[in-house]
Write a protein that binds this ligand. Structure first.
Ligand code: 26Q
Length: 815
């Protein structure tokens, strides 16, 4: 290493980067040995790249502050960022020089990048959407800041033991996180428990205050969010909880020093772990504490900034600030902003309420009634006494509005009340969100329509103007430019490189669909990506995926409504067909399933076991394995999707119609040239509209048909009358996939045979099978398939999160 070191010079030439790497090895990391280069390159490089963001980060902040621009705050309990190093290098446009500099130290950039742990601070779609949105906001140069929680442990690590999911803690910060900067100068205090008290202020006004509370400190950690080659660096601020100094003061004074220090745990627990639950809420007190902790710390942060620069006049607050609530998880923000205005800044109710309602906007991400968040009044009363009073008052005034609009309609009042009455009165978080916001949006056209005609119908009748749709999108930087280098190069070679920031340009690809040499290049790229994926599958699962076979992929959280089961039934059907001698018309295929099950979701975990058992039988069958391979891909996460989606031919989006709010994996696959087999659900509908029926394998009952069908659904009869399904069920029921554990799959079998099966597995089986046959047939004609693949990428223009964010910016945020 160079003997004359100097502080980082921040140049972008290979030599500058090499020198800065040496600097960080020596001075930041204190690593002097040559043999330490391999192990510490990732960290040295992260600091080297981070240095180059710092100036832009400061300038972005200062420009925003000087211009007094309206700011948006994206409040989310989840930000599923994945890796940062690759993203920063891409956005700073320094890939070549970095790759060469790293090479000069004997390392390969791709390997260095893959040593970074994913920031897995989210469960799935909702958390990854927040991350894509942050990327688009920065790339569009919008003044948007994210607020979230710095979980010590992110989404659990999934390993598979004897076919079962085993959860292990994800201590992602263990090797340090070069992408965060602690900002102890912006600490906030968050109150819990205690009680409220009324008093007269200096002006003689009756005011409330929250006393005898147990406070927790919120320490902000800022992460840079670089825009794509535009010198913008936005901020994601994540809060960590810490005990206050006077925490357990009494015990300190009583001499119980050690016990008192141990007691700090209680405060520090708040941000310890992400709840790995992505649908049915489980009512854990700690989860509520997390939600309030985020809402309170973030709002205090924004309000304190306001007071510092504008003083106590809040009349312009809603023209300058907007909070976008990512589902109901942070909706206590509505009541918290009221508390800050009323108690800390002594505004009158009406003024405070008007500002609050004009500042909050709420996004809904689910139609499953069981996933609608509710918290016991009893719990909120104890944990957040002042908030509960404010929620009661909000509700009382809202009930008056309802009574005025529908005089005498007490049924409707009951239905719409923020407080659900009963033995255990509950606060309905979605209703608090709707009442306290000026905008309520769904995440795909169908979903938004179903919200206004179903779950939120009463509210839509009262305030139609609040409701709108913002169809989800994904960032083409990570989900194409970064993850699919080969396709990116081909795209840029043929249509230029504007598509990276103006994804509507991708449409130009259409003109190449009849260009044979282009099609050949397209196929070459797909083959290379399939080989890369096959390498990963071999490494993780020990199974060979021949790259000429069709790669059929379903990766997402494991859920009954997503119907991974339907996929498995199809695989069993293919296995049955091959083993009974009808292999001649089976298109050879490699089926990959992956995803995590919530640790308490027994049926979802059993499904994982089923996939593994079927895989065992199929892959070890001499004949079947000549046509069919099945794997369960362990620990599916953002960085695995970066390898999986470019290597996929067929994208499985097979939810029960009306259940998947949008889906976003569907968009990542489409961009990368996979063809979708899917139901008429969520954003699939918009994908289908964009690409045309002839380039999409549509199947299954539609929402409108389902309601009718449910009443007469008779799975047992369907099974009896469908020879193929009957054979599949027989294999399952005779224990062919559970030879040593009889009864293992009984709960799954029962769910298929259940006449009230909410997921309609048997009902959609035949139609799914037919769609699979069409897909297989089409795949045999490689030239036809390639055209479909090209047309899918070409039609994916509107599924960029840049388009989504532009709509949020102009229609909701007004920035
Ligand atoms: C709530 C309370 C307590 C504990 C956990 C939760 C919780 C956490 C996460 C509830 C739901 C989630 C995540 C939901 C989610 O990811 N929804 C998905 O959002 C995507 C982005 O809009 C959509 O594309 C998917 O259709 C939707 O399922």
């Amino acid at each position: 290493m160079s003997a004359e070191l100097h502080p980082p010079r921040l140049g972008n030439l290979q030599q500058d980067i090499e020198e800065d790497l040496s600097w960080h090895f020596n001075y930041t990391l204190g690593r002097f040995g040559k043999n330490e280069v391999q192990s510490f390159m990732r960290q040295a490089l992260s600091y080297t790249v981070r240095d180059r963001l710092m100036q832009c980060w400061r300038e972005t902040r200062e420009a925003r502050f000087h211009n007094r621009e309206k700011h948006v705050y994206y409040l989310s309990l989840e930000f599923l960022l994945g890796r940062s190093l690759n993203n920063a290098i891409l956005n700073l446009d320094m890939e070549e020089s970095v790759a060469n500099a790293v090479m000069a130290f004997g390392c390969k950039l791709e390997e260095v990048e893959s040593q970074e742990k994913d920031a897995g601070l989210g469960n799935g779609g909702l958390g990854r959407l927040a991350a894509c949105f942050m990327d688009s906001c920065a790339t569009l140069g919008l003044p948007v800041m994210g607020y979230g929680i710095r979980y010590e442990y992110g989404m659990f690590h999934q390993s598979i033991s004897e076919g079962h999911q085993v959860e292990q803690p994800d201590h992602w910060l263990r090797q340090g996180n070069p992408w965060e900067i602690e900002r102890s100068d912006h600490v906030r205090r968050v109150k819990f428990y205690g009680k409220s008290e009324f008093y007269h202020n200096d002006a003689g006004k009756l005011c409330a205050r929250w006393v005898e509370s147990q406070d927790v400190l919120a320490i902000p950690y800022d992460m840079p969010i670089p825009g794509y080659k535009n010198n913008t660096v936005n901020t994601l601020r994540l809060w960590k909880s810490e005990a206050t100094e006077e925490f357990n003061l009494a015990e300190f004074n009583a001499g119980d020093y050690a016990d008192a220090v141990a007691g700090k745990n209680l405060a520090e627990q708040i941000t310890m772990v992400l709840y790995p639950n992505d649908a049915s809420e489980n009512g854990k007190e700690l989860r509520l504490r997390q939600q309030y902790f985020l809402a309170s710390a973030s709002l205090q942060d924004v309000v304190a900034g306001w007071v510092k620069h504008r003083g106590e006049n809040f009349s312009d607050f809603s023209n300058s600030n907007c909070f976008q609530l990512n589902d109901t998880h942070p909706t206590l923000a509505v009541a918290e902003l009221m508390r800050l205005f009323l108690d800390e800044h002594q505004l009158e109710w009406n003024e405070a309420w008007e500002i609050t309602c004009n500042t909050m906007a709420y996004t809904n991400h689910t139609l499953l009634p069981e996933a609608l968040e509710k918290w016991p009044v009893r719990l909120i009363k104890i944990m957040l006494p002042r908030l509960m009073e404010i929620i009661y008052e909000i509700n009382a005034r809202f009930m008056a509005v309802v009574a005025h609009r529908w005089p005498g309609d007490t049924e409707r009042q009951k239905r719409m009340s923020i407080i659900e009455e009963g033995d255990e009165p509950m606060v309905r978080m979605a209703y608090l969100g709707i009442v306290g916001s000026f905008s309520v949006n769904g995440v795909a056209a169908l979903h938004s329509r179903l919200l206004t005609s179903g779950l939120f119908k009463d509210f839509y009748e009262l305030w139609p103007q609040k409701f709108n749709n913002k169809t989800n999108g994904v960032t083409p930087r990570r989900w194409l430019a970064h993850c699919n280098r080969k396709l990116s190069a081909l795209l840029t070679e043929s249509i230029g490189n504007d598509w990276i920031t103006d994804f509507s340009q991708i449409e130009k690809l259409k003109t190449f669909v009849d260009d044979e040499s282009f099609c050949e290049k397209w196929r070459d790229v797909k083959r290379a990506n399939k080989q890369r994926l096959a390498g990963l599958v071999k490494e993780k699962c020990g199974i060979d995926f021949p790259s000429e076979w069709m790669f059929d992929v379903q990766v997402k959280r494991i859920h009954e409504y997503k119907r991974q089961l339907l996929n498995v039934l199809h695989v069993i059907h293919l296995y049955d067909k091959i083993t009974r001698g009808e292999e001649q018309d089976v298109q050879p295929r490699c089926v990959l399933l992956g995803g995590k099950a919530a640790p308490g979701y027994v049926l979802a975990k059993r499904l994982i076991k089923l996939v593994n058992n079927v895989a065992q039988v199929v892959n070890s069958d001499e004949k079947a394995s000549q046509y069919l391979k099945l794997v369960f891909f362990p620990n599916y996460r953002v960085s695995s999707m970066e390898v999986i989606c470019p290597g996929t031919d067929l994208s499985e989006q097979i939810s029960t119609a009306g259940k998947e709010a949008s889906g976003t994996g569907n968009m990542k696959f489409m961009m990368n040239g996979a063809v979708t087999i899917g139901t008429y659900d969520g954003a699939n509908i918009e994908i289908l509209d964009a690409v045309g029926e002839e380039n999409f394998f549509l199947f299954g009952l539609k929402v409108e048909e389902l309601a009718d069908y449910r009443a007469r659904n008779d799975p047992n009869q369907i099974i009896a009358e469908d020879e193929d399904l009957n054979r599949v069920m027989k294999l399952l029921e005779c224990g062919h996939f559970s030879l040593f554990e009889p009864g293992l799959f009984d709960p799954i079998i029962q769910s298929i045979r259940n006449p009230n099966d909410p997921w309609m597995t048997a009902a959609d089986f035949r139609s799914y099978l037919e769609a699979q046959k069409r897909a297989a047939l089409c795949y045999k004609d490689q030239s036809a398939w390639t055209k479909m693949s090209i047309l899918n990428t070409a039609a994916s223009g509107s599924f960029s999160s840049d388009r989504t964010i532009s709509e949020y910016a102009s229609e909701i945020w007004k920035i």
